[in-house]
Design a protein around this ligand. Structure first.
Ligand SMILES: [Zn+2]
Length: 430
């Protein structure tokens, strides 16, 4: 055990979660008095009511699951290890957002936002009375400011593609951003509708396919909001966040799905980091033109199949007869995972509606799935910006060819069947 945990345990006596009462506290029946109702999509925060996912006072809970997405499991470990008092309540002093987002009309348009809480950043303000009355209400969104420094941006400065202005980009290559972290909050009736299934089926399958993790999914049909144990989203905004909701201000945007191997470690089998840094460059230029830029980064590693599946697929691609070819690109994923993709862009546009966006002037993405989801949700898209050819790593040519052949946007020629059969990826030992 780490010494810090030991030190914490010595000042805070270890808590023995179930032995103090001798029984496990079930959540699968109504807890009693005090739970506030949630009216999803109501016009005001007061009518909507707070999302209460606390585990400190179970009678107050009005949702299934708990805060922090997948990190809720670490919280449980901290309690189990005696490092965290289970009754700890967050002190929200000075945590208020640096920039206020909304409220916007989309927040109460039926079915417009179903996978995040639009009031999630404002809880300390809009639910101050409930907090004062003892409800443990936690923000599901936090908004702050930062400087981001990337070697690609510094290189763009040195090559003259970007110019420092001291406002959006410093001479040292730091871009000034507003950033927001968002935890998922699902309103189950409308999530089911998005996926074309019944709410009953959605609840049962979520229960069964997580090994029975949340019994209330099937026992508490009165609880309609679920805090799923999955990763959320991070937004990076270049320029004034209020301008995002103004369709007359040019908006450059990219929705980027996490790829740790490329985004962080620079693996060259895909185009993720080059596309991300290209989009950041476009966002900075857009802000300097008087517009606003947005990167929405979703924790959907490996097309939401996870990194283990992703690496298995890499091996299968590179070991197959004929080598790593674009015509087998999607087939190899499907062999391992059973599907080609589990990112389900259906929920993705919610974040744009939270920001009040009605028009994206320049979408830095070639994905037809993202394009269809955004336009299908009622947001207009102007121009689509593809990744410049010179930014595509050699080993990522397989992925690019396969995606273009499958319908991804490209202003250039789509590779034909002969082209797709050519082995362009490196072997495993090269
Ligand atoms: Zn990637």
């Amino acid at each position: 055990m780490p010494t810090s945990t030991g030190a914490a345990a010595s000042t805070n006596p270890p808590l023995h979660p179930s032995s103090s009462t001798g029984h496990i506290r079930l959540t699968s029946h109504a807890g009693g008095f005090g739970a506030l109702p949630i009216h999803w999509g109501a016009t005001t925060a007061a009518e909507r009511g707070p999302v209460v996912g606390t585990t400190t006072k179970r009678a107050h809970r009005n949702v299934i699951g708990t805060h922090s997405g997948s990190y809720s499991v670490y919280r449980a470990l901290a309690v189990a290890a005696g490092a965290l008092k289970r009754e700890h309540k967050a002190d929200l002093t000075n945590t208020a957002p640096t920039d206020v987002i909304g409220p916007y009309p989309q927040w109460s348009e039926p079915g417009r936002i179903v996978s995040l809480d639009p009031w999630g950043a404002l809880v300390a303000d809009v639910f101050s009375a409930e907090l004062a009355a003892g409800y443990d209400i936690r923000p599901t969104i936090a908004i702050t400011k930062a400087h981001v420094i990337l070697p690609e941006v510094i290189e763009a400065l040195q090559k003259g593609r970007l110019k420092a202005d001291g406002k959006f980009l410093t001479a040292g290559g730091a871009a000034l951003v507003t950033k927001a972290a968002i935890e998922p909050v699902w309103y189950l009736p409308e999530v089911a509708r998005r996926f074309g299934c019944s709410e009953t089926d959605l609840r049962r399958v979520l229960f069964e396919e997580t090994g029975g993790m949340y019994p209330e999914l099937v026992t508490r049909s009165d609880l309609e909001v679920f805090l799923p144990p999955i990763g959320g989203q991070t937004l990076y905004i270049f320029g004034n966040p209020r301008d995002l909701a103004n369709p007359d201000v040019e908006l450059t945007a990219r929705i980027h799905d996490e790829c740790n191997g490329s985004d962080v470690f620079g693996s060259d089998i895909c185009t993720c980091r080059p596309y991300l840094t290209h989009a950041i460059e476009e966002c900075i230029q857009g802000a300097q033109r008087g517009g606003v830029g947005l990167i929405a980064y979703s924790r959907k590693e490996g097309r939401a199949l996870g990194e283990v599946t992703k690496f298995l697929v890499y091996n299968a691609r590179k070991r197959q007869v004929g080598g790593d070819t674009a015509d087998q690109y999607f087939a190899r994923t499907e062999c391992v995972a059973g599907v080609q993709d589990m990112r389900f862009q259906e929920l993705m546009p919610d974040v744009f509606h939270w920001l009040g966006i009605r028009k994206i002037h320049r979408l830095v993405s070639m994905s037809n799935m993202k394009f269809d989801a955004i336009t299908g949700s009622g947001i207009e898209i102007g121009e689509r910006v593809n990744i410049p050819d010179e930014l595509i790593p050699a080993d990522a040519r397989v992925e690019m060819d396969a995606k273009m052949a499958a319908g991804y946007f490209t202003p250039g020629p789509v590779p034909d069947a002969e082209e797709l059969k050519k082995a362009k990826g490196r072997g495993l030992s090269e």
